[in-house]
Every structure is written in structure tokens, then in C-alpha cells.
Design a protein around this ligand. Structure first.
Ligand code: ATP
Ligand code: MG
Length: 322
């Protein structure tokens, strides 16, 4: 038996969130279909996947409002099915759809939620002020929510989920619909929270967001995890390092790639053809020779998480699209 002192660190620290064989059915529909997942304490972990892949349902099982049909969910080492209240008191959730009191201002929404968390008097006011500043809500702190832009409403929803200083923050699509500046501001706040020890479990449809914020991601498709790991690791595991994007209209792929081209990994996205290789320079040369009229547009870039997402979630990529 391995001595405890010599075990790798990762094995000694219990994950903050742990799912084993977790499934959820709605009638015949398998929304989540046998998920194993570990979120280490202090990490930012991203659930990715197409619409309907099972991300929100998985989150709901983590914070204990949806009961799994099968499997076990542990959070903080506690069985969520047995101790949902203890678990919920230590986490914060920002839902996919904002749940705000529209007639009240951000400050008053925060006060209501603070009282729910048993804060009172000066302590409540201090926390409301902290959160108004933390999410940059000061300029609109007294304006009824129904008059606020989407960006303010989203930041308020995140502020509410931080009221109880959660150890685990769950964010379901925190930045969907936000402008680039507000997205950056939200990212900065998530990074700050993580730096002070908060574990973050989020979903996103933005692969750049996942690459920038998340230590690890799990890519869902049809209720199952297709692959999980650090974004860089997933990219290296599934695809070559370089991507060549071609926009040549109705291109004759056979002619372009010639003999042996069948082994070149590529994906079609409308008119664009994306080709993956460890070095795309020889391919680019071929394109230039092939493209006598000069009508092709070619871009070389590093392979990214979006490529992996498309590969794993159903967009056809081929060994020659065979
Ligand atoms: N309460 C419910 N009753 C019946 N079906 C449900 C229920 N909740 C979710 N589903 C179904 O479960 C599947 C997974 O839904 P879920 O909301 O988890 O997807 P998601 O990955 O969060 O998608 P999105 O990216 O669109 O938010 C979908 O097919 C959805 O229609
Ligand atoms: Mg969802």
C-alpha cells in the first residue's frame, strides 16, 4: 500500500465537487447520462457543450435543486441528497436567467437577499456596499432594476450570488449577452474571487472565455462528457497545433490536397474549410499553387478550444470527411 506521505498531492486533497455516475432523466430523455467529474478546491472549472447538452441540469444537481436519477453528488465532502441545506448555505448561484426583483433597486435587491442570509443592520449595509462596489453598480445602485441595461442586471445577479461569501460560486452562462467591456469586467471579478480562494464552476458558450478563465473544462454532448482537462491539454490531445482556415468558395478538396490528402484532418464550416496540421506551411504552399486566380483567402492560426468543441460535439471533421 502506498504511504500517505508519498502520495501525489492531488490525491490527498478531496475535490470540492465530485460527481460519480450521475444521471438525470426527464421521462425518456436522458438529460445527463453518467457523468464523473471532480472540481478541485480553488479551481475555476468550465462546463461546455451545445444547447441542451445537460450543463444546467448538471449544475442544478450540484446545488441540490434537481435530484439525480442515478449516481452521487458530493460538495464540500457532503452528500448533496442528504444534506442539501448545509451545502447550499456555503455556495452561491447565478442562474442562467436573472432572478431579480424588478421593482427594486440593486441596493434593495441586495438588502432583501442579505436579510435572507440573516444579515442585519450595519453588517448588512456594509456587505451591500461592498458588493455594489465589487460589481461596479454604484452609478445605478438606486435605479429600479427594470430600468437597468442587461449588463447591470447580470452584474447584480452575480453580486447577489456572492452575498454569503460562498466557498463555491456557480455561474450559469455569466456573460451571455454582455458587451466586450462588461465581459472583461466580469472576468476580472471571477479571477479576483478565485485568487482569494473561491472555487468557481461555470458554464459558457464562449470558448475564449473558457480558455482564459478555466483551469479545467469538461465538454458535454448529449448528457455525456466527451473530454475533460485543461484547455491547452485538450487542444493538444485532440488536434494538431496549427489551423489553416480557407475560404475558397466551392473548393475541390481532392484536387487541393492531392494523393494522401485523405489523412489530413479538416472540418467544413459553411464556405470555410479548416485544416489542422502540426505545420501548415506545406499546405499553404499547395493552396497558393492551386489558387491560380487568387480568389482564396487563407488564415493561419493556432488551434483553439473552439476547434476541439466543434470536433467533439458533432460537427463533422474528417479523415477526409470520409
Ligand atoms: N424540467 C425539465 N423537464 C424536461 N426536460 C428538461 C427539463 N430540464 C431540462 N430538460 C431537458 O434536458 C436537456 C438538457 O437541458 P439543460 O438545460 O441541462 O441543457 P444546457 O446544456 O444547459 O443547454 P443550454 O446551453 O441551452 O443552456 C434538454 O434536452 C432539456 O430540454
Ligand atoms: Mg443551460
Amino acid at each position: 500500500m502506498e504511504e500517505r506521505g508519498s502520495a501525489p498531492l492531488g490525491r490527498l486533497i478531496e475535490p470540492l465537487v465530485s460527481l460519480r455516475g450521475v444521471a438525470k432523466r426527464f421521462g425518456e430523455r436522458r438529460a445527463v447520462d453518467g457523468v464523473d467529474l471532480d472540481v478541485p478546491a480553488g479551481a475555476c472549472f468550465g462546463l461546455l457543450g451545445p444547447n441542451g447538452a445537460g450543463k444546467t441540469t448538471t449544475l442544478r444537481m450540484v446545488y441540490g435543486v434537481t435530484r439525480p436519477t442515478a449516481g452521487r453528488v458530493h460538495v464540500f465532502g457532503l452528500d448533496v441528497a442528504r444534506e442539501p441545506r448545509q451545502v447550499r448555505s456555503r455556495l452561491g448561484v447565478t442562474l442562467q436567467e436573472n432572478a431579480l426583483i424588478e421593482s427594486l433597486s440593486p441596493e434593495d435587491n441586495l438588502r432583501v437577499f442579505g436579510r435572507f442570509h440573516l444579515l442585519r443592520g450595519a453588517e448588512l449595509e456594509r456587505r451591500v456596499g461592498e458588493l455594489v462596489d465589487f460589481l461596479d453598480l454604484r452609478s445605478h445602485a438606486k435605479v429600479p432594476v427594470r430600468h437597468l441595461s442587461g449588463g447591470f442586471q447580470r452584474r447584480l445577479a452575480i453580486a447577489l450570488s456572492l452575498m454569503n461569501r460562498p466557498e463555491l460560486l456557480i455561474l450559469d452562462e455569466p456573460t451571455t449577452g454582455l458587451d466586450p467591456a462588461i465581459r472583461q469586467a466580469v472576468w476580472a471579478r471571477v479571477r479576483e474571487l478565485r485568487a482569494t480562494g473561491t472555487t468557481v464552476l461555470l458554464t459558457t458558450h464562449y470558448m475564449d472565455e473558457a480558455e482564459r478563465l478555466c483551469d479545467d473544462v469538461a465538454i458535454f454532448a448529449n448528457g455525456r462528457i466527451e473530454s475533460q482537462g485543461a484547455p491547452r491539454t485538450l487542444i493538444a490531445r485532440h488536434l494538431a497545433a496549427e489551423a489553416l482556415e480557407l475560404d475558397c468558395g466551392a473548393i475541390d478538396e481532392e484536387k487541393l490536397f492531392g494523393e494522401g490528402g485523405g489523412s489530413i484532418r479538416r472540418m467544413r464550416a459553411g464556405n470555410r474549410l479548416i485544416v489542422y496540421a502540426s505545420d501548415v506551411a506545406p499546405l499553404l504552399e499547395r493552396v497558393h499553387r492551386f489558387d491560380e486566380s487568387g480568389g482564396c483567402r487563407a488564415v493561419v492560426r493556432p488551434t483553439n478550444l473552439e476547434d476541439v468543441f466543434l470536433l467533439l460535439t458533432g460537427t463533422r471533421i474528417g479523415e477526409a470527411d470520409a
